[in-house]
Design a protein around this ligand. Sequence first.
Ligand SMILES: [Zn+2]
Length: 223
Amino acid sequence: MSPKLIPADIAIAGRGTHARVAIAPGEVVAAFGGYMVSGDVFAVLPAQRRSLSIQVADDLYLVGPDQPDPNDMVNHSCDPNCGILGSSVLVAIRPIAAGECVVAFGGYMVRGDVFAALPARRRSLSVQVADDLYLVGAAQPEPHDMVNHSCDPNCGILGSTVLVAMRPIAAGEELSYDYAMSDGSPYDEFDCSCGTAACRGRVTGDDWSRPELITRYRGWYSA
Ligand SMILES: [Zn+2]
């Protein structure tokens, strides 16, 4: 089960989720949690569970908990007031002190030629650990596979597979690291929407060589 963000600002009312306070554009209002299953497993779940789930990739579904939270009750509208940012996030469920280990990536190691032949979804849930070596996560993603990139992250890399809090992290805060700390090839390039003042707009496999990042992340680069 992935950790879950339940903002105090939304509540179930009747058959849907309603704002209890005014919400500004850009505010995060819900982070879907649960467990990931492939389409064949998803198809045999009861209809009620499927209706409280969300598709996050071509053959991947995030199934909500047994007891629905406000997060699970967001209804469809043809004129909606919310959009989707990313497809899933990893958040702290308690305060985390600077220096605490928060994630140890697992999986199996492959060289670049094998890695290049994997489906895009598997590659995006992997981490580069050396010039020609990649750690591929499990077929069923676990919470630690969901750590998103941020251009102003709260975690850094210790060694090549462990994430450590670079500063204190509050409960409910999303965990993130800068992919420039690990990546030195173009396997996971994208336009960034982290929304931080430090956002560089586009994340590439060459970002590790940017002088300002080398200075800012001294000691936090993958080794
Ligand atoms: Zn960014």
